[in-house]
Design a protein around this ligand. Structure first.
Ligand code: SF4
Length: 458
């Protein structure tokens, strides 16, 4: 019988969500059970994000709020992990969190059993978990659409980014571990896998010998994608976020493998070469567009998404116009825009001046947002009359919603709960953020032929 309950609050990116699944696995292993109600919890963990100051401020606010709960529950344990704890080299953030009992970088989560037992010996049994948190099997929040980390950390040191400071240098998981994890998910009924890494396509297998002799690729990431395509049961393979210059010929070729979703999110960040240089992005706008061209030659209908930062240090209005021009030329299906905000500890914070006025950042953000909304609608309208495959993840009052292979949200009438199923839908109406249609009678798309055509059948 459980001796206590835990509650995890996750902030930020998919990598943090995936890490929280490992935190949950640890807490379950030491005999705690999950509760969605923080009032019931004996252990509360906050998995923090440092991408902007507002994200960090939310952690300070939340931890402060738990002080009231502790007044009622003196044995409550509150812990903060994630990027804040990873990048707090001088202890300043820790000092501003007196209400946190634990403050630890993600990689140290394996020590949680010992720390919790130290704070409240009656609550848990200390167990030894080894020294590598990536070896732990996550407690998946969703086993139909699951995240699988292939690496952690980053070597790129984009000047605006906290990740290399918070998570350390790039560390790649053995291919054998990744393939075992994906096989385990397939055995539990997973249909869609999203591979996660900070520069996911820079993946280098520490154990290349784990790849099959028949694997046609020399590029480790393309080889990994090929192996996952062979795992029966998995129907969709998605990955985020690739770095443009690691889109090698073989990785682009792997975009045509049968299980690859018809979507690629390829962050560009800016369309002006001087700005890209100041960001320490290691490509020019022409090189980025050339990569986009090669991707579209290999897979003409692929939907492309990107991330863009506006108002980076020294960005002039003319330089911003280059980003607008690149956006138009790349003809993105979707783009996510951020107004630059300086982060302590980054190279930009140390060496560059955050000199674009907030109102001008907002203006640039609005320009891109308007452009993107027009493009999204125009692109969505091209789906009217077409049939798309939908993996349903929401169902309510006779309507199902899920993602197509292009990662577009699709809604259709469904009399019964069909969450977790693949359904073919003929699109009838296109809105900005939703395609609407009817389920068709067609059987779900068969993959056997496509797999055999790429020599992927075991
Ligand atoms: S590639 Fe750049 S933006 Fe992405 S995680 Fe690494 S340093 Fe940050």
């Amino acid at each position: 019988m459980s001796r206590g309950k835990y509650h995890i609050l996750t902030f930020g990116c998919q990598m943090n969500k995936s890490d929280s699944e490992r935190l949950a696995a640890i807490l379950n292993r030491i005999g705690l059970t999950e509760t969605g109600d923080e009032q019931q919890a004996d252990v509360i963990l906050l998995n923090s994000c440092s991408v902007r100051q507002t994200a960090e401020d939310r952690i300070y606010g939340q931890v402060g709020k738990f002080a009231e709960l502790r007044a009622k529950k003196p044995n409550l344990i509150v812990g903060v992990t994630g990027c804040m704890a990873g990048r707090d080299k001088n202890g300043k953030m820790r000092a501003k969190l007196p209400g946190a009992d634990l403050f630890f970088p993600t990689r140290d989560m394996v020590l949680l059993p010992r720390w919790i037992a130290g704070l409240n010996p009656d609550l848990v049994d200390p167990v030894e978990l080894g020294d590598d948190y990536l070896k732990l099997t996550p407690q998946y929040a969703n086993t139909v659409q699951a995240y699988v980390s292939v690496q952690t950390g980053c070597n790129k040191f984009c000047t605006y980014c906290v990740v290399p400071h918070a998570r350390g240098l790039e560390r790649n998981r053995p291919a054998a571990d990744i393939l075992t994890e994906v096989q385990g998910l397939a055995d539990r009924g997973a249909l869609e896998i999203t591979l996660l890494g900070q520069a996911v396509n820079a993946y280098k297998a520490p154990d290349r010998s784990s790849f099959s002799a028949a694997n046609p690729y020399k590029d480790d990431y393309a080889a990994l994608l090929w192996e996952i395509n062979r795992i029966s049961g998995i129907r969709r393979l998605h990955w985020t976020a690739p770095y443009p210059t690691h889109m090698t010929e073989e990785v682009i070729d792997a975009l045509t493998l049968p299980k690859q979703v018809n979507y690629l999110h390829l962050p560009v960040q800016a369309g002006n070469d001087e700005v890209l240089k100041r960001m320490n992005r290691r490509y020019t706008s022409a090189q980025y567009l050339e990569i986009v061209g090669r991707i579209r030659t290999a897979r003409p209908n692929i939907a492309l998404g990107t991330d863009i930062i506006v108002g980076f240090c020294g960005e002039t209005p003319e330089q911003f116009e280059d980003t607008v021009a690149l956006h138009k030329e790349a003809d993105f299906d979707i783009s996510y825009h951020a107004m630059y905000s300086t982060r302590s500890g980054t190279l930009a914070h140390q060496y560059l001046k955050d000199d674009v006025a907030p109102a001008e950042k907002k203006r640039r953000w609005n320009v891109l947002q308007e452009l993107m909304e027009e493009t999204v609608l125009r692109k969505n309208q091209a789906y009217v009359g077409r049939e798309v495959e939908v993996l349903v993840d929401e169902w309510s009052k006779g309507y199902a919603v899920g993602n197509s292979r292009e990662m577009k949200r699709v809604q259709f009438a469904a009399p019964s709960d069909c969450r977790g199923q693949l359904v073919n839908v003929k699109v009838e109406t296109a809105l900005e953020w939703l395609l609407k249609g009817q389920a068709t009678e067609n059987a779900p798309i068969s993959m056997a032929e496509a797999l055999a055509g790429r020599n992927l059948v075991r």
